[in-house]
Ligand binder design. Structure first.
Ligand SMILES: Cc1cc2nc3c(=O)[nH]c(=O)nc-3n(C[C@H](O)[C@H](O)[C@H](O)COP(=O)(O)OP(=O)(O)OC[C@H]3O[C@@H](n4cnc5c(N)ncnc54)[C@H](O)[C@@H]3O)c2cc1C
Length: 415
């Protein structure tokens, strides 16, 4: 379907009853070269498989609707302000793909590079951010260390003189920002579908057929589907789905909540994160303040969270930005986070021939969507990892080559 001023006017005048579906709602075929489970990163992977590697006989299966997973539940923040060599080039690849995504997909995903500012509140934290900024710049990524008055010029409404957490400055990545999350799902689904990919909704994978160590296909709620290769990208359901193939993953599932206020006039210039508590906020183009904080501390597969965490997040917000208390909270929701034991993701083949895994994204997988899709497609098409994703091996938990970005070890609640 093509968008134009004419089609917009025609549909507006006819009660929006004649829009055609953005992508084909395909029924599953009996067999594919590649079956991808999960309509988040999986959609991106299918698009790059078709576009960059010439595959066409691909299906993306999702047990729900496209955009119903974390890809449509996140707080839309994108950035590449990482510290470790295993991470920076990968997230910077993603940032570069975001920068040209709208042209690439011919779809308005509302990529807005409004800047990501991480506040610091102590000398030790300043040193840590200076180190992070230097690591980024060494890899060619933009980073600026701002002093207190520079932060004040950007965001005068912050609580600079909080008794416990005075704001001393911040680390700014100007190229970071926000992207409309569900438009990303729709844009990839449309572009993949146009290239011949079958995007199949309401199709839950319930098992794997594995013969002699090789995967032959998947059992689904809509019957058996044969596949040359099977790729799993199901976020918080990773441990459940992979257990169907007899694998136990170094992943725990937790709920992460997010919140949005009533619509307000433009107040917040970009994304701001509170360095002393776990709180991050931005303002959507509709005017809502979009914010979040910690994961709920217990393991759960329920896509909704608990009241104490809502209170904790709002307290963090009030500490750094007291004006938040004047806004009414409109909605809150939750998503299932695949918390890996070192806080970094997995993009790898598994010990089962033909079965591939993309998981462990924790809080941060939305910003990774383009690079994750691209690198997963590279792995599926060529059998070798993309150079920027080489460190995301499944066996690193066995060999000890962890990518412990935050240096907190195997504690998902601290990642
Ligand atoms: C509240 C919240 C805020 C967040 N904020 C940010 C942020 O600001 N920036 C950022 O970078 N990241 C953020 N994240 C994290 C980010 O959203 C995720 O890491 C990322 O979207 C994961 O992508 P995915 O493709 O792995 O998962 P998903 O988009 O969840 O896709 C997985 C899909 O698999 C499907 N599925 C599961 N089991 C099966 C099955 N058996 N059969 C078929 N299909 C199945 C699900 O229905 C789902 O649609 C946030 C997450 C949440 C919940």
């Amino acid at each position: 379907m093509q968008f134009s001023a004419l089609s917009l006017a025609y549909n507006a005048l006819t009660g929006h009853r004649h829009w055609k579906p953005t992508w084909r709602d395909a029924a599953p075929k009996d067999a594919y070269d590649i079956v991808i489970i999960g309509g988040g990163h999986g959609l991106a992977a299918s698009y790059y498989l078709a576009k960059e590697f010439g595959f066409r006989n691909i299906a993306v299966l999702d047990k729900g609707w496209i955009g119903g997973g974390n890809i449509g539940r996140n707080t839309t923040i994108v950035r590449s302000n990482y510290l470790l060599p295993g991470n920076i080039p990968f997230y910077e690849l993603s940032m570069k793909l975001w920068e040209k995504l709208e042209d690439d997909l011919n779809y308005n995903t509302m990529v807005s590079q409004r800047g990501v500012l991480n506040l610091f509140h102590s000398d030790a934290q300043r040193d840590a951010y200076a180190r992070r900024g230097n690591a980024m710049r060494l890899e060619g990524v933009d980073a600026q260390l701002l002093h207190r008055e520079e932060v004040r010029a950007m965001a005068p409404f912050l609580n600079f003189d909080n008794g416990r957490f005075p704001i001393q400055g911040g680390l700014l990545q100007k190229r970071g920002g926000t992207v409309r999350h569900d438009a990303v799902a729709w844009g990839y689904a449309r572009a993949a579908s146009d290239l011949g990919v079958d995007v199949v909704q309401n199709c839950e994978v319930t098992g794997f057929r594995i013969d002699n160590g090789k995967v032959e296909g998947v059992e689904t709620s809509r019957g058996f589907i044969r596949a040359g290769k099977v790729a799993v990208a199901v976020a918080g359901n990773s441990s459940r789905v992979m257990s169907l193939a007899g694998m136990r993953l170094p992943i725990e599932t937790h709920v992460l909540q997010a919140f949005v206020s009533e619509g307000l006039k433009p107040a917040i210039p970009g994304v701001i994160t509170f360095g002393a508590g776990h709180f991050y906020i931005s303002q959507s183009d509709k005017g809502g303040l979009v914010f979040g904080g910690d994961i709920d501390g217990y393991n759960s597969y329920a896509q909704r969270g608990n009241l104490p965490v809502i209170e904790d997040v709002c307290e963090g917000g009030m500490a750094v930005m007291p004006m938040l208390g004047r806004a009414r909270l409109l909605r809150g929701w939750g998503g299932l986070m695949d918390m890996s034991m070192d806080g970094s993701p997995i993009i790898d083949r598994t010990p089962i021939d033909g079965l591939y895994l993309n998981a462990g994204w924790c809080y941060g997988g939305f910003k990774a969507t383009p690079a994750s899709g691209f690198c997963f497609a590279h792995l599926l098409a060529t059998g070798t990892p993309h150079p920027t994703a080489e460190a995301y091996r499944l066996d690193r938990f066995e060999t000890g080559h962890l990518i412990d970005e935050k240096g907190v070890g195997a504690q998902p609640n601290l990642h």
